[in-house]
Each structure stands twice: as structure tokens, then as C-alpha cells.
Ligand binder design. Structure first.
Ligand code: BDR
Ligand code: CA
Length: 307
């Protein structure tokens, strides 16, 4: 089987953790690295969580490289209310024994894509600060990446406020750089991720996965306690699932511009499906039943492996 190499830029984060778990559980994917950014919680904590996840999920020596501790221009916002002070809700993972790789995430993204041009899918599921910096450091990464998939934005609504989704709102200037860099961004936004709800039935299936349940269940229970009706949405997991199985989603070409000035609308992803020069493929619907089949099937295999 040819495995698709993926590099995950993230801010774990409950749904980030479950996205990394999906990558770890999928033999179709090769995890080429994890880079961290400040977002849901601060950089020290997102990095500590990524390191703990690497060992808990038995990811071997996959590099974990920290990046930006704040947005390019703005003050930091966070989502502690949603993800808890640790970023992983009520999950308590063993303290990691191994440290992060030296260097900066943006440089790691550049060097990793340069080494394997046309091969690696960059999956960004946090604020886009590291990716924007990488584009500025080396604009040719837009040619070297096989694809950029982001969890962020929406063509219809926000979540942190009525206009903006959290990852884009956190660093709109970075998102604007990324969307106008010259690649076609695969945008997995709230239009689809809000359909990936952890229902009580899904949670029951997560309870019987041995040690893996110790991560999944307290994460989702915590997330669920603060989520709106219908159960918590596993936003970031949708982005990794879209790499595994692109046909899970319907993709529509569009021009996405990020609002960087609006008093009430900063961070809005203004999506024009009729624009002559699209810069994105926007996911507009998802087969939710198949999504859960894939995700729970993968977790079940990983659960058996981890014991
Ligand atoms: C996004 O914001 C974060 O809180 C989640 O981890 C996800 O990446 C959803 O808006
Ligand atoms: Ca995230």
C-alpha cells in the first residue's frame, strides 16, 4: 500500500488530539511530523499535549516541532472554556519522556516539504500562523506541498462569534497570507464540521477501546459538556478524514477572501462560489454516516493495537 505522507500543524486541543489519533490509526497515512501553534491553549501547552500524544499513541519518533506562540499581529485569544485549561478536557495522559525537536515549526514545514516535493499533504487544524510564516520564508512551498487542507472558516457562519470561525479569527492576517499564496486551499470549515457530532451512540463505541478510551472519552465528555445541542463536533478530525477519503466530502471551487479589517467581521471567510479565479476548494457537505464508519473503524483498530 502506498501511504500518503501528512504533516499536521495543530493546537491540541481536543479535536486536534482526535485528529492526530485518526492519523495514528490509519495505515493509509504516514505521519511526517507534528508542528504546534498557540491557539486553543498556549504554545507550551499545545506542544506538551502533542508530545504526550506522540507517546500515548505510540507514534515512535515522529518529530514534534513548536512554532508560533502568538498570532502575527494581534493579541492572542484562546478557547480554554471549550478545551479546558490543559487543552485536553478531562483526559490525563502520562507525562511525555521525550522532548520536542529543536527548531521552529515554520522552518520544519519548509524543509520537510522541500525534501519531498509533490508528496506531502499539509493538514493545518489550528490558527494559520506557522503556515503563513512558512510561506513567507519560502514561497515555493505552495508548489512543493501535494495539497494544503485546513480546518477553518465557513462559507455561511462563525462559531467564536457570528462572523468568524476560531482558527481564522485567531490570526486573520496569517489566514489571508495562506489563502492568497498561490495554492488551492482545501477548506474543511464549519459548513461540514458541525455535522460531525459525537452522539451518545458514538460515545458508547468509544468507551470499549481499551487504553485508547482513556483519551477519547474524557476528551469528548468534556467537549460535550460545553458544546451546543447535538453533541460536540470533531472539527479537526474531519480534515484528516478528508485526506483519507476525499470523496466523503463534496468540494466546490470558490474564491475565499479573509476579512482583516471588519470591526464585527474580522476573520470572516468571504466565499464566492461564482468567482472566476478560485483559490480554494470548499467542502460543502459530508457523508456523516461514512465519516463515523471510517473514524470509529480506525479507532477500533488502534484500540486493539494499543491494548
Ligand atoms: C477549531 O477551533 C478550535 O477550537 C478547534 O480545535 C478547531 O480547530 C474549530 O473552530
Ligand atoms: Ca484545532
Amino acid at each position: 500500500m502506498t501511504r500518503t505522507p501528512v504533516l499536521i500543524d495543530c493546537d491540541p486541543g481536543i479535536d486536534d488530539a482526535l485528529a492526530i489519533a485518526l492519523a495514528a490509526a490509519s495505515p493509509e497515512l504516514e505521519l511526517a511530523g507534528i508542528t504546534t501553534v498557540a491557539g486553543n491553549v498556549g504554545l507550551a501547552q499545545t506542544t506538551a499535549n502533542a508530545l504526550a500524544l506522540r507517546e500515548f499513541l505510540d507514534l515512535g519518533d515522529v518529530p514534534v516541532v513548536p512554532g508560533c506562540g502568538r498570532p502575527l499581529l494581534r493579541d492572542r485569544i484562546h478557547a480554554v472554556r471549550v478545551h479546558g485549561a490543559s487543552g485536553l478536557g478531562d483526559a490525563v495522559l502520562p507525562a511525555p519522556l521525550r522532548a520536542a525537536t529543536e527548531g521552529h515549526a515554520a522552518e520544519f514545514i519548509v524543509s520537510t516539504l522541500r525534501e519531498r516535493p509533490g508528496e506531502i499533504v499539509l493538514v493545518a487544524v489550528g490558527p494559520l500562523t506557522n503556515v503563513a510564516l512558512a510561506v513567507r520564508l519560502e514561497p515555493r512551498i505552495v508548489e512543493w506541498a501535494r495539497q494544503l487542507v485546513i480546518m477553518g472558516g465557513s462559507s455561511t457562519r462563525g462559531n467564536h462569534n457570528p462572523a468568524a470561525e476560531f482558527n481564522i479569527l485567531t490570526d486573520p492576517e496569517a489566514a489571508a497570507i495562506v489563502f492568497t499564496a498561490g495554492w488551492t486551499v482545501r477548506m474543511v470549515g464549519l459548513d461540514v464540521t458541525l455535522t460531525a457530532r459525537v452522539t451518545p451512540q458514538v460515545l458508547d463505541r468509544m468507551r470499549v477501546l481499551g487504553r485508547l478510551s482513556d483519551l477519547l472519552v474524557p476528551c469528548c465528555e468534556y467537549y460535550g459538556a460545553v458544546a451546543a445541542e447535538g453533541g460536540p463536533a470533531l472539527h479537526d478530525t474531519c480534515a484528516v478524514a478528508s485526506v483519507l477519503e476525499p470523496s466523503l466530502l463534496t468540494w466546490e471551487p470558490a474564491r475565499v477572501e479573509v476579512e482583516t479589517f471588519g470591526r464585527y467581521t474580522a476573520g470572516m471567510t468571504v466565499t464566492d462560489f461564482r468567482a472566476p479565479r478560485p483559490n480554494a476548494e470548499v467542502a460543502t457537505s459530508m457523508d456523516v454516516r461514512r465519516f463515523w464508519e471510517i473514524v470509529l473503524g480506525a479507532y477500533s483498530r488502534l484500540g486493539s493495537r494499543l491494548g
